[in-house]
Design a protein around this ligand. Structure first.
Ligand code: UD1
Length: 414
């Protein structure tokens, strides 16, 4: 597929022709080397992981006479304004230098399209390293394309394991880790997992959680939004009434009508007592329509009970909602981590989690999808006083800075 040749690549051609590319002069007249990085993001949860890194690459002072040059590629896996554009805006991310526009498709088609369209970009840009984050199809596709071209790959959020090979993300995680040059791990469990898979320990770095960097950077701004007032759960910035949040998008939960109806039944029972806000993922919305389950959702605007559907939210809106919730029900990995740091009780509607730190130290409980168990666990969580949780090691807002330090050290040695 032809795509417009981005300005950044044209500029690079010009630089190369004048042999300027590897050595430039810093403002103080020193000759510094350039580390050329290319990151690939594709789906919503990738964007909050790359944002703190981009900020770090942009602002970091040269060290060991090295500076970063960075090119951002969006695979186009998520293309909706609600899942992509709005999140970019909220995070203050620059527009991607290149958009591969792969959009939706089967797993094979989506993965193959990212590979096909990324290869010429890598050949053109010739990065020193490709950075991939998380566990989506674009993550694996980008890592594989780079590795086959002999380009070093860094995987951010390496080592997480659900031990459930039916999850597409688990396949993506294991394969990406197997071909990565540097593996940046967010929680202690990842170190043991990678060790057991025979990954050399010199390649593995426990650096903390870039998604939490992002949360800590935006929490204050999100708290100032009037979003909760707009939803009718708060008046003029006062204390909100108790409310819950539901997010669902895993194929195992939303592609099976019985499972989806069971979860909604549990939510309906609980939502007789307090409103449960439900930002609906496009995949889930389609299935609610197809399975005839829309009747579970409240249609009364401003209702104080019921399951209240919302469009997918921006990053800041979701953070402001999350930060004041009484309880959160989710099948998302990122939401388990965010609620842990916010100290909000979280019930994970899955049989496993690849993020055990959120259970062992955080506010998360894995409860599965049985409606009776969900209701019992929710009642138990609601009896306890509000916030409480301990932050996992290194979830302190400095993960991006640690990653940049490792990269400088790595390239300093080359
Ligand atoms: C993907 C990731 C998942 C991540 C999730 C966050 C994989 C295997 N899955 O799942 O790990 O947690 O993103 O949302 O990579 N759609 C739209 N608009 C869009 C994108 C998708 O309407 O911008 C619809 C399409 O109908 C598509 C469906 O959502 O078929 C699913 O999208 P897809 O990218 O395949 O996976 P997600 O379920 O979003």
């Amino acid at each position: 597929m032809p795509y417009p040749r981005p300005t950044v690549l044209c500029a690079l051609d010009w630089c190369r022709s004048y042999e300027l590319i590897f050595q430039i002069f810093s403002p103080v007249g020193r000759c510094v080397g350039m580390i050329r990085l290319l990151s690939v993001v594709g789906a919503r949860p990738n964007f909050m992981k790359i944002a703190p890194l981009i900020e770090e690459f942009r602002n970091r002072e040269p060290a060991q006479d090295l500076i970063f040059e960075h090119c951002l590629v969006h695979s186009g896996q998520h293309y909706d304004q609600l899942l992509s554009g709005n999140i970019f805006n909220d995070l203050g991310l620059p527009p991607p230098d290149i958009n591969l526009e792969v959009a939706s498709g089967s797993h094979a088609v989506q993965t193959a399209e990212v590979m096909k369209r990324l290869e010429p970009v890598l050949l053109d840009y010739r990065p020193d390293m490709v950075l991939v984050v998380g566990d989506v199809n674009s993550t694996l596709a980008a890592a594989l394309t780079a590795a086959k071209l002999g380009i070093a790959v860094a995987h951010i959020e390496a080592g997480l394991r659900s031990f459930d090979m039916k999850m597409p993300e688990e396949i993506n995680r294991k394969l990406t880790d197997a071909i990565s040059t540097l593996l940046f791990v967010s929680e202690q469990s990842g170190i043991g997992n990678l060790q057991r898979e025979g990954i050399a320990s010199e390649k593995v770095f426990l650096v903390g959680n870039v998604m939490i960097d992002c949360l800590l950077r935006h929490r204050e701004v999100a708290a100032k939004l009037s979003f909760l007032d707009q939803l009718g759960v708060r008046k003029n910035g006062g204390d909100p009434i108790p409310y819950g949040i539901l997010t669902l998008h895993r194929p195992s939960n939303v592609d099976d009508p019985k499972t989806l109806a069971g979860i909604l039944n549990a939510m309906k029972t609980l939502a007789a007592e307090f409103p449960i806000f439900f930002p609906v993922h496009p995949r889930t919305r389609k299935n609610l329509e197809n399975f005839g389950l829309l009747n579970y959702l409240s249609d009364a605007a401003g209702s104080r009970t019921g399951i209240i559907p919302l469009d997918p939210l921006g990053y800041l809106e979701f953070l402001s909602l999350n930060d004041q919730a009484r309880i959160v029900f989710t099948d998302s990995g990122g939401v388990q981590e965010e609620t842990t740091v916010l100290g909000i009780p979280c019930l994970t509607l899955r049989d496993n989690t690849e993020r055990p730190a959120t259970v062992e130290q955080g506010s998360n409980e894995v409860v599965g999808v049985d409606p009776v168990r969900i209701i019992a666990a929710a009642r138990c969580a609601l009896q306890k006083p509000g916030r409480s949780s301990q932050r996992p090691t290194l979830w302190d807002g400095k993960a991006a800075s640690r990653i940049a330090a490792v990269l400088l050290e790595y390239f300093g040695r080359q």
